[in-house]
Design a protein around this ligand. Structure first.
Ligand code: GLC
Length: 647
């Protein structure tokens, strides 16, 4: 095996199958370009080691968490964010960005939900696809992760996601299939097992990935420390074990010397890696086209479009007058969750207090950071609630890789802060900085407004202040269902122990489940309020060969410019197999001036009507009637029509 005419020795080839250190592939004694990799999906987290041997992350632009990017329903932003982070990679001599993560938000408790897009595979896959396109448009590679069904942090390195074949194909693989349309440079396998087989050795799912979604020479890398037996993982088709592992090398060497693996097995992976090194390690034509400030402005735009207004009795937008009190545990910015995706910012982000003062110069705004939550600290502040025109309570908590949440409810101290404030101020506004759905049932009826700000990146507070003050009209829409309580989710009643995570809800997760029990839903998938109002009309579906053109009109019937997100679902009228009531197959973000109306066209392929037939090992459309729903959210269908689809 040669690279640019230089023959690689057997040891050099085997070394290539294992990282050289935490963040690089080997250069085979200078014969092959080293590939340098870094996290992550929310911004560049390049870790370096100082002369004392301490590792730390270099500062970079912290974009809003993936959850907020998805809540924009704006695929062009996914591309733009990918391209911007790629610029940071180029400046830092990074060849492959370890992202995006496109795992499905199956459980609201998953500690990494802030790093993922949605409960729906179409939203998740299309966003991951556009992000990959954006990064790779700059000559930087990506690592689509964590393949697959890695949907909980609890026991992530030893539990087996037990998923039936149809559910695996239609939900958990579908997100990766769609993302692979962008041809990611690499795919990263997860730590978990699927149906009893480690993902670092999952020959069947590697075959499906390469043959059905991607390409034969696609490079599969492990998650850091996910390989347990390097010989077995190589035979399954895993190309690079990360990070460096001498045990892994010795295992490989023993495997080769014992004949468990052949030179052919080794060369198959080496060839894939050499192609990857040629494409991304040579660093051809990589040009930075954005400045740090461009990226920060983009980060702010993503937060402005991705923050979701959940409740508003009219108290928002805030008037630029009177007295406003901000209290809570988050006057500084929860700009990100914790773990490998956390970006270190160059400067301390602005607080909400600073940002609100700058957009409401005529109001008197004070902030009270509540830390100890002791009565002595609490009670005097509560009394101030009477004296203010508006009371903003900001609650947040870190969520992190490696751990799941213990409750969907806010900490009791935060619930108490909200309830005591609301007792004293009818204009209480709650800001939520959490990485996933929260249970608001104990206080939602007592407050005037609620905003899901999530982890907003380093300009999250500027974005939030613009929304609170009405400088920006909120347009974020949830990409996960907020049920009333955790017990309302099917996942709360499925079996889980240290070996088995049973996906016995099957296809019926997220809105695919809640469509059967709408009473369990607090805020539906696709939900979000605006300061404008929108109407829908004139739905027509025309078939053009194998494409169905779904046309309809959206009108802004208010006096405020705004944005709506129209969702297109299909419903099979008389399915011959079990199917969810409806499935999202398209969406469009519509920008409308006050009084403006626009025709929208969403194109559905024939495949959009298909289900996966386990009996025939293929996606299949049965002839019959299908409803097309145009909705503002999963529980708010505005238009519908019925069409005939042939198989
Ligand atoms: C972590 C994460 C993965 C990350 C990798 C490198 O364990 O699971 O998302 O890219 O290791 O930090």
């Amino acid at each position: 095996m040669k690279y640019n005419g230089k023959e690689l020795t057997m040891e050099e080839k085997m070394r290539l199958l294992i990282g050289k250190n935490n963040w690089q592939s080997t250069d085979c004694n200078g014969k092959v370009p080293t590939l340098s990799v870094s996290d992550g999906p929310i911004g560049l987290r390049k870790t370096v080691v100082n002369d004392k041997g301490q590792s730390y992350a270099l500062p970079a632009v912290a974009f809003p968490a993936t959850q907020i990017l998805a809540n924009t329903w704006d695929l062009s932003l996914a591309y733009a964010v990918g391209a911007s982070i790629a610029d940071e990679c180029i400046e830092a001599d990074i060849d492959i960005l370890l992202g995006p993560g496109c795992n499905i938000k199956r459980s609201p408790m998953c500690g990494r939900n802030f790093e993922y897009y949605s409960e729906d595979p179409y939203v998740s896959g299309t966003f991951a696809r556009e992000f990959i396109k954006g990064v790779q448009s700059k000559g930087v590679g990506t690592s689509l992760k964590h393949y697959c069904a890695n949907n909980l942090e609890f026991g992530r390195v030893y539990t087996s996601s037990e998923v039936d074949e149809r559910t695996l194909t239609e939900i958990y693989l579908e997100s990766f299939r769609i993302a692979c349309e962008a041809d990611p440079a690499t795919v990263m396998c997860g730590y978990n097992l699927v149906n009893g087989q480690r993902m670092s050795e999952h020959k069947k799912l590697y075959r499906i990935l390469r043959e059905d979604f991607w390409r034969e020479d696609g490079v599969i890398i492990s998650d850091w420390g996910a390989v347990h037996d390097r010989t077995r993982s190589l035979k399954a088709g895993l190309d690079i074990e990360m990070p460096y592992s001498e045990i892994g090398y010795e295992n490989l060497k023993a495997g080769y010397e014992s004949g468990r693996i052949t030179e052919e097995d080794i060369d198959k992976s080496v060839e894939r890696i050499l192609k990857l090194a040629q494409k991304y390690g040579e660093r051809k034509e990589r040009n930075v086209t954005t400045t740090k400030e461009d990226r920060r402005r983009l980060a702010q735009r993503v937060a402005e479009e991705g923050i979701v207004l959940l409740k508003n009795n009219g108290v928002l937008p805030l008037a630029d007058r009177g007295k406003i009190m901000i209290s809570g545990n988050d006057l500084y910015a929860y700009y990100s969750g914790a773990g490998s995706s956390r970006v270190v910012t160059e400067n301390e982000p602005q607080t909400l207090l600073q940002c609100l003062r700058s957009v409401l110069p005529n109001a008197t705004i004070d902030g009270y950071t509540v830390t100890a939550y002791s009565d002595s600290e609490y009670l005097p502040m509560f009394e101030m609630g009477y004296e203010n025109d508006v009371a903003i309570v900001v609650c947040g908590d870190y969520e992190t890789e490696g751990d799941d949440r213990y409750s969907m409810r806010l900490p009791i101290k935060d619930e108490r802060l909200i309830l005591e404030t609301a007792k004293r101020n009818a204009n209480t506004v709650v800001v939520l900085r959490y990485g996933a759905a929260v249970d608001v049932s104990s206080w939602i009826d007592k407050v005037a407004a609620v905003i899901f700000a999530g982890y907003g990146g380093e300009r999250g507070n500027e974005a939030l202040a613009n929304i609170l003050s009405g400088k920006v009209n909120p347009s974020g829409r949830l990409t996960e269902t907020f049920a009333n309580t955790y017990e309302d989710y099917p996942v709360a009643h499925t079996y889980l122990d240290h070996a088995i995570n049973a996906y016995t809800e099957g296809l019926f997760m997220g809105y695919r489940y809640f469509d059967n029990v709408p009473a369990n839903v607090r805020f539906p998938f696709g939900y979000g309020l605006s300061y404008s109002q929108f109407q829908y009309s004139d739905l027509v579906v025309n078939r053009q060969n194998d494409t169905y053109e779904v046309r309809f009109r959206v009108s802004n019937v208010s006096t405020i410019d705004g944005v709506d997100v129209a969702q297109v679902y299909i419903h099979e009228v008389q399915p011959r197999v079990l199917r969810p009531i409806k499935e999202l197959k398209g969406f469009e973000r519509v920008v409308l001036k006050a009084g403006e109306s626009k025709e929208v066209c969403v194109k559905l392929s024939h495949r959009a009507f298909a289900y996966y037939s386990v009996a025939e090992d293929c996606w299949k459309v049965t002839s019959g009637k299908f409803e097309i729903y145009i909705a503002q959210n999963a529980n708010d269908i505005r238009l519908q029509t019925c069409i005939e689809v042939s198989e």
